[in-house]
Design a protein around this ligand. Structure first.
Ligand code: ADP
Ligand code: MG
Length: 387
């Protein structure tokens, strides 16, 4: 594996890069491949006037890593990405590539490529011309451009479409052209800002697998922004969950799903949303109460989280010697195929249990059983209480 930071970066501002040198660097990138760089965000801050939008983000991204910034709309994902690309000034903090501060580098000199949600291809140009455009601007000669575009088109399976105009392509094909246009520059870091949001559900699934396969092949460092937790879970090596301009948790999808640090993360990851029971009082089984009380004496102020998949209709389905239960009233049954979702009331709190689909009626009142070891306990500040 060749792992060199692009020398264009090292040259920096004020030192004109000749077209020949650029051409040479691009060739080196393409031939030896697997270009990637580590990225460091240090206490990154962005204010618009008096409004703090990004509030001190720290993030270390490894070589070749696929990092997903996941969070609800308006939490500062795009702003963070745009600062990384150099399209937005930063208010404070540092952005580094390979531990070198690049705060003042022009976007072109960062050797970072960005693919947006609206991928705005030039409508009057063919696929090939769209992909070659950046190379033309860099002064790469026509013959070389053609060869470089052909190589990337092969990777993205766009070869048969090179002569078409964007309007003759499907949404997914346009998306691939947008990626190809970014890839011909052989960037050290790829940035994606909700690239699949405009596609329908089926195509989104296909493109997700394509992006994953592509990353496994080219191994470039990727920072990918989305509000879709399924995208995040399936694509990411690590996920950084953003909320109101701060990172709530960084971890592998497995860590974040299995051990969410706080109530926000717990509810944001997983479908259906994790059930959180508040003001437990005497409604829980004595066994649950005892086991939680062992961790924290004053457990009345706490809330507990149980995933829908962790509820069972029969205690014997659980291979555990610490089984808790709650008595619930059925409100609604939704058939989902192989499973069904039971919406129930526990006191006045609504919860959802996911149980295997069986063609049998669910009684109006019943017990839901769960393994106490799978219960997430949150303190009064919504933080996970570590066992
Ligand atoms: P996300 O991508 O997570 O949906 P953004 O990073 O686009 O969120 O925006 C974060 C917040 O910053 C939002 O509340 C948005 O309204 C605000 N914002 C974004 N751009 C500007 C701007 N140019 N001027 C003022 N506020 C902005
Ligand atoms: Mg956005």
């Amino acid at each position: 594996m060749v792992n060199i930071v692009n020398p264009v970066l090292k040259i920096g501002i004020g030192c004109p890069v000749t077209p020949i040198l650029t051409w040479y660097l691009l060739r080196v990138n393409l031939v030896f491949g697997e270009y990637m760089a580590s990225v460091q965000l240090r206490n990154l801050i962005k204010n618009y006037g008096d409004t703090e939008v990004v509030k001190g983000i720290n993030l270390d991204i490894q070589h070749g890593e696929f990092i997903v910034l996941l969070g609800p709309s308006g939490c500062g994902k795009s702003t963070t990405l745009r600062m990384l690309a150099g399209l937005e000034d930063i208010t404070d903090g540092e952005i580094c590539i390979e531990h070198e501060v690049i705060n003042d580098l022009h976007p072109i000199e960062r050797n970072i490529a960005m693919v947006f949600q609206s991928y705005a291809l030039y409508p009057h140009m063919t696929v090939e011309e769209n992909m070659a455009f950046a190379l033309e601007n860099l002064g790469v000669d026509k013959k070389t451009r053609k060869r470089m575009v052909a190589e990337i088109a092969e990777v993205l399976e766009l070869t048969p479409l090179l002569d078409r105009k964007p309007k003759e392509l499907s949404g997914g094909q346009r998306q691939r052209v947008a990626m190809g246009r970014a890839m011909v520059r052989s960037p050290d870091v790829f940035l994606f800002d909700e690239p699949l949001s405009n596609l329908d559900a089926k195509l989104r699934g296909q493109m997700r697998s394509e992006i994953k396969r592509l990353h496994q092949r080219i191994k470039t460092t990727v920072v990918y922004v989305t509000h879709d937790q399924v995208e995040a879970m399936t694509l990411a090596d690590r996920i950084a969950i953003l909320n109101g301009g701060v990172i709530e948790q960084i971890g592998t999808p497995k860590e974040i799903y299995g051990r969410p640090k706080n109530k926000f993360v717990a509810k944001f990851i997983g479908t259906p949303e994790m059930n959180v029971l508040e003001n437990l009082g005497d409604d829980v089984t004595p066994f649950l109460a005892t086991s939680i009380a062992q961790q924290v004496p004053d457990f009345n102020v706490l809330s507990i989280g149980i995933r829908a998949q962790d509820f069972h209709l029969n205690a014997c389905e659980l291979e555990s010697d610490s089984i808790g239960s709650i008595k619930v009233t059925l409100e609604q049954v939704e058939l989902m195929g192989s499973v069904k979702h039971l919406t129930c009331l526990f006191s006045d709190q609504r919860i959802v249990a996911e149980v295997p689909y069986r063609d049998e009626r669910t009684p109006n009142e019943f017990e839901l059983y769960f393994d106490i070891n799978k219960v997430h306990v949150f303190d009064e500040k919504d933080r996970l209480i570590t066992q």
